[in-house]
Design a protein around this ligand. Structure first.
Ligand SMILES: *Cc1c(COP(=O)(O)O)cnc(C)c1O
Length: 611
């Protein structure tokens, strides 16, 4: 799996004259966005987690870019004025630790080229296209099929032309080391050595393959005429090609599985791998660490995951964390609290159910009186009751439970990664969530984030089940880097991409986006004269339960079907005697999409004559 990229971007771009006086070539804009930013976004969507940009001329522009994209870091080539791309690559080399993609900064290209290189079986590969007639071609000659034999700007120097160099390659660390060593030897004589000549020079000791896409849409931009051609001809082609690969947009307004980005969907399409390979073990370790880091310090907390939905993670916690002599108090103020209690009863775990209203705040003094009885060793509670959109005040409840020496077990399935939170501050010992809600991945991974000191204490609890046992899964993974049983491989690749995208957006900004969508919904609901179940100020901003319009003409199916025709999926209510429907605004949804949904809602209400 390719996770790193280097963009060489130190050059002066002097052939573009006044266009590059105050900025480097990578910051030429096409379609309103800098070409290097196109490139960063494409690399990122392809699963690249670290992008090193080798800078020189107007390096500050790239340093600014790095602030916007945490995946980007820069490396400065001090003598950029007297050197060329190989010197820049040498400056980046110390930051490369794995196979990587090497790109030039002045390229626009169809993202399929990245996918093709990442999927190529060979270690060192350069991307080529058919004839471009750009006037600035570097021609490639091949031997034995596709092995790089020679390259030149002068066709006449080659026996035959196999393709044209695009400026995107895949390079192994060993090959990079050889290229850098070669440059060190030649530097005094040829300071302006280009990286492609170092590739050629080292190709005798490391085979380099050419991967050619005949009608590939790309352009290197070196002068005004290239820029014109890029704008008028190449960019439209790229955009058409990429739009053909877009997946039909369905906006899920149900509370999970949530809407995902195309890059998360595509992350599942990858080479088969046995999950016992170290390469996949590294992916799982990375995923666990990063899931923890969303809400806690990984030195203090640990993520343990299972193939299963969010309920599997709930079942793991309840069945694995309460010792035989323990007694768990379970707060039930909605169907998910009820579910925790149901799990406890199935396992015959000593528990007491504390009932509270499904749409009004928990009365803290009554709850504290229950804590005071001193009967309980554990507290089980749902952070965000998805039934109604009620957010329980865990910032008060859990610290209080800690005061009474209770271990806290929290179902945070529908709030984790949707709202900033810190487990140690909240006093949460065990927390369950899933891959398909606010983290915006695919369904299939349930996980528990555990305070390590509390997790260790569960070691002596006799196993009540086999597959879903927390300590066994943890101990095995820690010892071997593997799960006990087959993990959902492709779902984990998608989860990896979803985590990268969460880190790029940040949970803080995600919470703001969710809140913005919720605001649009709530304002419309009030304008349409509909009523909400939970008081506005007590709502989570993630899901809204709305009373059915009080007219016999309303049916959930009618609203659902109209919404579905417009690409929106909505969800029925879940409270037995109160008639509501629910709108969740979690997942990869945009405020303009919520706006469109409110228009669909309005047209439905008009159709049933609702005023
Ligand atoms: C979604 C959800 C779950 C898990 O449901 P699954 O269908 O098992 O994924 C558990 N608790 C809460 C609060 C939820 O919102």
């Amino acid at each position: 799996m390719i996770k790193q990229a280097v963009i060489v971007a130190a050059g002066l771009g002097s052939r573009l004259k006044e266009k590059t006086v105050s900025k480097p070539k990578g910051f030429l804009e096409l379609g309103g966005i800098a070409i290097v930013e196109w490139s960063v976004q494409k690399l990122f969507a392809c699963g690249i987690e670290k992008i090193i940009i080798g800078t020189g001329y107007h390096a500050e522009a790239y340093d600014e870019l790095a602030k916007k994209y945490p995946a980007v870091q820069t490396a400065f080539s001090a003598d950029y004025e007297t050197t060329s791309s190989m010197a820049t690559l040498s400056v980046c080399a110390p930051y490369v630790s794995d196979d990587f993609l090497l790109l030039e900064s002045d390229l626009i290209y169809d993202s399929i080229g990245l996918t093709v290189l990442c999927n190529d079986i060979h270690e060192n590969v350069i991307l080529a296209s058919g004839a471009t007639n750009s006037g600035d071609e570097v021609y490639l000659a091949a031997a034995n099929g596709s092995l790089l034999e020679a390259l030149s700007k002068n066709k006449a120097e080659l026996t035959s032309v196999y393709g044209e160099l695009v400026g995107i390659s895949k390079i192994s660390p060993a090959f990079l080391a050889a290229m850098c060593a070669y440059y060190e030897k030649k530097r005094a004589e040829f300071p302006k050595l280009d990286y492609e000549h170092a590739i050629m020079a080292c190709a005798s000791s490391h085979p380099v393959f050419i991967r050619k896409i005949e009608y590939y849409a790309w352009r290197e931009i070196d002068d005004e005429s290239h820029l014109e051609m890029a704008r008028n001809e190449i960019l439209p082609r790229i955009q058409e090609n990429e739009s053909l690969r877009q997946i039909r947009r369905e906006v899920l307004l149900n509370p999970g599985p949530a809407t995902t980005s195309d890059s998360v969907k595509y992350a599942q399409v990858c080479a088969d791998i046995c999950p016992r390979e170290e390469e996949f073990g590294d992916v799982m370790k990375w995923v666990c660490r990063e899931l923890t880091a969303v809400v806690a310090d990984p030195s203090e907390y640990e993520t343990v995951f299972f193939g299963g939905s969010g309920t599997a993670a709930d079942e793991v916690m309840i069945s694995s964390c309460v010792p035989e002599a323990g007694h768990v108090l379970i707060v039930d103020n909605g169907s998910y609290g009820q579910r925790l209690a149901k799990i406890a009863s199935v396992y015959k775990i000593n528990h007491t159910v504390y009932k509270s209203s499904a749409y009004e705040k928990i009365d803290m003094s009554v709850l504290e009186n229950e804590f005071k009885t001193g009967k309980y060793t554990h507290l089980g509670i749902v952070y965000h009751e998805t039934t109604t959109g009620l957010l329980n005040p865990l910032d008060v409840i859990c610290p209080l439970a800690k005061k009474y020496n209770m271990v806290t077990i929290v179902d945070a399935v529908s709030i984790y990664a949707g709202m900033p939170m810190e487990l140690s501050k909240l006093g949460i010992d065990f927390m369950a969530s899933t891959s398909n809600k606010n983290i915006q991945g695919m369904a299939g991974v349930g996980f528990v984030i555990c305070k390590k000191s509390e997790l260790e204490k569960t070691k002596t609890i006799p196993m009540r089940n086999y597959y879903l046992n927390l300590y066994d899964q943890y101990a095995h993974f820690t010892k071997t880097g593997q799960t006990r049983f087959t993990p959902p491989v492709q779902t984990l690749y998608a989860l990896r991409q979803a985590i990268l995208e969460t880190k790029q957006e940040t949970v803080e900004k995600r919470w703001q986006r969710y809140t913005e969508c919720w605001r649009i919904l709530v304002d419309a609901v009030k304008k349409f004269n509909l009523k909400m179940l939970v008081k506005e100020e007590e709502q989570s901003h993630l899901i809204t339960a709305i009373f059915d319009p009080d007219t016999p003409k309303y049916t959930f199916e009618g609203l659902h079907d109209l919404a579905r025709q417009h690409g929106f999926t909505i969800y029925p209510g879940k409270l037995g005697n109160i008639n509501t429907f629910r709108i969740a605004n979690i997942g990869d949804i945009k405020p303009y999409e919520m706006k469109r949904f409110t228009e669909v809602l309005k047209s439905y209400l008009d159709s049933i004559g609702w005023k």
